[in-house]
Ligand binder design. Structure first.
Ligand code: HEC
Ligand code: HEC
Length: 202
């Protein structure tokens, strides 16, 4: 919490630094531009870290662009032709929750988490660049009307998101791969990116 509050202060500190630097700009403006460049670099760093998770198959498999959930690290189409149904929870005959429970089934290899279902089609991420994914995620018209704070909460607390770091074993009994950064690092990067104004790099 303390760290988060500190991060909220960063823009103010930065602003003060710029003001000071402007006053003395005749004598020294290299310092000013170095500070600004460093700040932007830190925020791009957070963005890149966060996007390492968001572009991982563990997330994309449920955020497809063709209405069909994918499976595995190779993102092959879901068995049995499972596709989007009424309210994104599968056709009547193949409701997601017939097979997917509230937690991973380590015996059958069926992954599970509370409210398992396909992301609504406005949240299709598969095939998008990381900047496009971030823009779509922050756009209320596409993200289910969520405010930046609600997105922050979803990204750091939703059970389907956190499942990516506890994905269980597949039907062959092999552990599923997790995103390339740890959950703690991911959550810290997300919080820091939002605290820095959720800037999507050009
Ligand atoms: C089991 C399927 C599933 C997985 C896995 C999954 N999601 Fe989602 N996602 C959903 C569903 C369903 C919704 C919509 C329901 C909601 O908003 O609560 C959603 C909504 C979202 C949203 C809301 C805003 C928007 O525009 O998309 C974000 C952000 C998001 N997911 C991020 C992620 C991230 C990051 C991961 C991986 C770390 C992930 N999801 C993994 C199913 C999934
Ligand atoms: C008939 C049972 C069944 C139904 C219905 C079903 N699934 Fe699955 N699903 C499975 C099994 C089994 C696996 C594991 C496959 C494996 O490990 O090779 C799986 C895996 C997945 C994965 C892969 C996760 C990953 O990252 O590898 C996703 C995503 C998924 N299902 C989403 C859905 C969605 C969304 C629905 C509803 C629209 C659904 N499933 C309906 C049985 C089912």
């Amino acid at each position: 919490m303390n760290k988060l509050r500190l991060l909220y202060l960063l823009p103010i500190i930065l602003f003060a630094t710029i003001l000071l630097a402007t006053d003395f700009s005749k004598y020294d403006h290299t310092d000013n531009s170095t500070t600004v460049t460093k700040e932007v670099a830190a925020n791009t760093d957070d963005f890149d870290k966060m996007m390492q998770a968001l572009t991982h198959p563990r997330c994309l498999n449920c955020h497809p662009s063709d209405n069909k959930p994918k499976q595995g690290i190779d993102q092959h189409p879901h068995y049995f032709g499972v596709a989007r149904g009424k309210a994104d929870h599968g056709f009547e005959a193949t409701k997601c929750n017939t097979c997917h429970q509230k937690e991973n089934n380590e015996f059958s290899g069926v992954p599970g988490a509370p409210h398992w279902g396909l992301a609504p089609s406005s949240m299709n991420w598969e095939g998008l660049s990381k900047n496009e994914i971030a823009s779509s995620m922050m756009d209320r018209k596409q993200n289910g009307g969520k405010s930046p704070n609600e997105i922050l909460k979803h990204l750091t607390e939703d059970p389907l998101v956190l499942w990516a770091w506890d994905p269980g074993v597949d039907v062959a009994g092999n552990p599923r791969e997790t995103p390339p950064i740890s959950k703690e690092e991911y959550i810290a990067a997300v919080k820091s990116w939002f605290a820095g104004g959720a800037v999507i790099p050009k």
